[in-house]
Design a protein around this ligand. Structure first.
Ligand SMILES: [Zn+2]
Length: 244
């Protein structure tokens, strides 16, 4: 390899380190986001449960009012029984009274059922509150850890970035522009090594996209220090020097 391609391959190696260091920083910060989301989910579920309890209470209050008014009706029926003028009238009032009583006891059961639901929801709220406390503590701990880690990773990135600037100095301006552009397209992978899977067949392929390359391309790279790009994926091609 000539000096230009050699410098590009070195730059690629630093580029890989730089991307890896940046990825570590991103991953470390992602843990905080995951925990924040978990906390938010608990808070939302608590709020929904509390709203549900409010609605159930309103419903129970309404039924309690209904029971009070029924109680008044029953009192009226009992008074009417005492002043009934005939057996027939007495029997009719008694039937009304018993029907109203039966309906009222159904409503009473409904109220009991609602109260039971409220208790169960309340228990769930208490549990969610504990989970929220736990998640808050975890989040504070993870934030602290992440900040420490981030500082370390940022230092590492700054160091590699410095190496990158130095390696870039050895690459001619036009080649460097090409390198940067292709690196952006392929998540940092600007260079592709030409692969020779079978020497006898003489078929050369691009190590980036595995498309077949012409023998001429391979020959040019072996004899000249030139920036040649894969016609398919546009990566900068190079051939590793045979160990002699
Ligand atoms: Zn290619």
């Amino acid at each position: 390899m000539g000096t230009v391609l050699d410098a590009l391959v070195k730059l690629q190696s630093v580029e890989n380190n730089l991307r890896a260091a940046r990825a570590k920083l991103t991953r470390s910060r992602r843990n905080v986001i995951i925990k924040e989301n978990e906390l938010r989910t608990f808070q939302k579920s608590l709020q929904a449960k509390q709203e549900e309890i409010q609605l159930t209470k309103i419903q129970a209050d309404r039924l309690e009012l209904e029971l009070k008014s029924t109680e008044q009706t029953l009192t009226k029926y009992r008074a009417a029984l005492n002043v009934a003028k005939s057996n027939k009238e007495y029997a009719a009032i008694l039937t009304e009274l018993n029907t109203t009583k039966a309906d009222s006891s159904k409503v009473e059961n409904q109220v009991l059922e609602l109260m039971k639901n409220i208790d169960a929801d309340q228990a769930q709220c208490d549990q969610t509150k504990q989970q929220i406390e736990q998640a808050k503590n975890d989040l504070a701990e993870i934030r602290k850890q992440t900040e420490e880690q981030a500082k370390k990773y940022e230092d590492e990135i700054a160091q590699i970035d410095h190496q990158w600037q130095q390696a870039a100095r050895d690459v001619p301006a036009a080649a460097l522009e090409t390198f940067k552009r292709v690196a952006e397209t392929y998540d940092g992978e600007a260079m592709a090594e030409i692969e020779i899977p079978d020497n006898r067949s003489g078929i050369y392929t691009c190590g980036g996209c595995f498309m077949t390359l012409t023998t001429e391309t391979a020959n040019t790279l072996m004899s000249r220090d030139e920036v040649l790009r894969c016609p398919n994926c546009t990566r900068i091609l190079y051939i590793k020097q045979m160990e002699s």
